[in-house]
Design a protein around this ligand. Structure first.
Ligand code: ADP
Ligand code: MG
Length: 423
């Protein structure tokens, strides 16, 4: 494993400590002397030509609320091989988008719309510059809803004689026509694929993390896999397919503003099997711009902390080995939403853990009101944006390691904690 790299242009040697983030293909390390930079070290072979080209790409974001970690100086290992690159660090405190998706059931809608808008604007800038984002999503988000795109070595470009493709993607976000070739790692990502993936992200943001093709299966036999349903265009909200209907615990789709529903319809209903009918990125930006209030949507430090220690999103659940990525080895279960005892009662069976040590990280469910109704039910469009913050009290974080045992040798369970908190 690479332990030390030298930056090619600055000729500055850096020791690699503990990664601050890891993906499927690489580890990202803090820059030991410059906190405004990080170092990405690839596990496989680097496409040196592409990295050199990316270094020359200069892209000024059209808006201060999104930015890009474009590759800078290349990182060379002790054998003289290019193994990665330096890049700007994400803003302090920013979290991977998946954390925000995991908390989208209770975060204020005005904040979620801001994240969606910034993401759409960011992808639009890339498209205008002749770049295909590919492998969406790959971004970090701040408490104010700003979006910082990372993993930009996966962008594609087919302009000006270039032929750099992305060749990777995520199953949940892959457009129907990409699914059969995704595994081959040999395909051309196009701007339309970005719009599809971004549409899935936006849907998850405004629908409490539910994937657009998550469904309650009414058809004969076993429910087909998600990717099969996507490929068959079995979109449960279009009401054209008798075999699928919305998941029982999904928020009420009809409460979404009509512009958003039309956008999703063009993408996932009419556009599922006919890519030419899908909206383009500018259409997406227009809809989100119109829905954005323009207000300051910055979350409180407490709310952001709950996002940080909360569970992963439906799209990618954290496994035990991912717990270290959450940077809190002895942390923590976050139990979402006040009054959550009813939700959790009987649902969570806690592991046996010695006091002061948590052996498992729990993923809380997205907030579901005790009545089984979506918090957005019966709201007019105007109230919709503020609905989640006004109808859903902020959740409280519970740090297991802070809890004292009632009796010596006792192990606090989630159920005991909830009872203490809600008593
Ligand atoms: N510029 C950056 N600043 C801060 N964290 C980053 C940065 N780039 C990547 N990361 C972290 O590292 C993780 C993996 O990076 P990524 O480039 O997506 O790797 P991979 O190519 O393996 O998917 C990201 O999910 C993020 O948490
Ligand atoms: Mg990545």
């Amino acid at each position: 494993m690479t332990k030390r790299v030298t930056l090619e242009v600055s000729d500055y040697a850096l020791d690699l400590g503990r990664p601050l983030g890891s993906g499927a293909y690489s580890d990202v390390f803090p820059h030991s002397t410059n906190p405004s930079r990080v170092l990405k070290v690839l596990r496989g072979e680097a496409d040196v030509q592409k990295l050199r080209w990316l270094k020359s790409v200069s892209l000024t974001p059209s808006d201060p609320e999104h930015d890009y970690a474009l590759p800078g100086d290349l990182a060379i290992d002790s054998e003289g091989r290019v193994v990665g690159y330096a890049m700007p660090a994400a803003p302090t405190g920013a979290l991977d988008l998946e954390y925000v998706l995991g908390a989208s059931g209770w975060l204020p809608m005005s904040y979620l719309i801001r994240v969606a808008r910034n993401h759409a604007r960011s992808v639009a800038d890339l498209h205008r510059a002749g770049l295909v984002r590919g492998d969406l999503p790959n971004s970090l988000v701040t408490d104010a809803g700003a979006v910082f795109e990372v993993d930009l070595d996966s962008v594609a470009c087919y302009e000006n004689g270039l032929n750099y493709s992305c060749n990777t993607g995520k199953w949940e976000y892959a457009a129907p026509e990409l699914i059969p070739v995704l595994e081959s790692c040999n395909f051309r990502s196009m701007t339309g694929h970005d719009v599809w993936a971004l549409g899935v992200v936006i849907f998850q943001l405004v629908m409490a993390g539910v994937h657009p093709f998550d469904c309650h299966w009414l058809g004969a036999g076993d429910r087909p896999k998600l990717t099969e349903r996507v490929q068959s265009g079995l979109w449960p909200y279009g009401r054209r397919h008798a075999d699928v209907e919305p998941k029982r615990d999904a928020p009420d789709y009809d409460q979404l503003p009509s512009e958003l529903r039309q956008l999703f319809g063009r993408l996932f209903d009419r556009g599922a099997l006919a890519p030419e009918k899908r909206p383009d990125i500018e259409d997406v930006v227009d809809v989100l711009d119109a829905l954005d209030t323009g207000d300051d949507v910055t979350l409180s430090p407490e709310a952001w902390e709950v996002v940080r220690i909360g569970g992963g999103p439906p799209a990618r659940r954290h496994s035990r080995s991912d717990v270290s990525r959450l940077e809190k080895p002895l942390a923590a279960a976050s139990l979402l939403a006040a009054g959550a005892a009813a939700v959790w009662s009987g649902v969570v069976s806690a592991p046996v853990a010695p006091v002061g040590v948590v052996s498992e990280l729990f993923s809380g469910p997205n907030f579901v009101s005790g009545s089984g109704q979506s918090p957005r039910d019966n709201l007019g469009e105007e109230q919709w944006l503020s609905s989640v913050s006004s109808s859903t009290p902020p959740p409280f974080p519970v740090h297991l390691y802070e809890l004292e045992a009632a009796a010596s040798g006792e192990t606090p369970t989630l159920w005991q904690i909830l009872r203490r908190r809600t008593r």
